[in-house]
Design a protein around this ligand. Structure first.
Ligand code: FAD
Length: 108
């Protein structure tokens, strides 16, 4: 089994990589998939209080799914909300830093 930290690292890794490869100009169907996927995490994420807090954050700040840049920056901010809650150092939310970490060298 994964502990809470391993699960978090794996989940954020998948989410940031998904955002890094999200289209610049997504179709309406793709936007819906992204919104549903993220919203479902707020219900299904298997750390109950993490999911509850994440779902509340989604109410305050709904997923920005209009482009790769919008989704990547929005997700970075959401991740930083959790990171600050855990009293850890936030990540610089710039596309340069995000692409360097999650795009260059990742799967095509
Ligand atoms: P992580 O925070 O997992 O980050 C992994 C890597 O992502 C980092 O090494 C860094 O390279 C990169 N990174 C860091 N910040 C960003 C960013 N803002 N944008 C892009 N890349 C970044 N844990 C709890 O204890 N309580 C919670 O309430 C909680 N809620 C969570 C909610 C969700 C939706 C998820 C996915 C995880 C949650 N977690 C929670 C887990 C927590 O966020 C961390 O994943 C876990 O503590 C491990 O932290 P870490 O320091 O190894 O790096």
């Amino acid at each position: 089994p994964l502990d809470r930290e391993e699960l978090g690292r794996a989940t954020w890794g998948m989410l940031h990589t998904m955002a890094a490869y999200y289209p610049d100009a997504p179709t309406d169907a793709m936007k819906q998939h992204a919104t549903h996927f993220i919203t479902a995490l707020g219900q299904l994420y298997p750390c109950k209080y993490c999911a509850t807090d994440f779902a509340a954050n989604l109410e305050t700040s709904p997923p920005k799914v209009d482009s790769r840049v919008d989704l990547s920056l929005w997700l970075c901010e959401q991740h930083n909300i959790v990171t600050k809650k855990l009293s850890k150092k936030p990540f610089p939310c710039t596309m340069e830093a995000l692409d360097k970490r999650w795009k260059v060298g990742a799967p095509s």
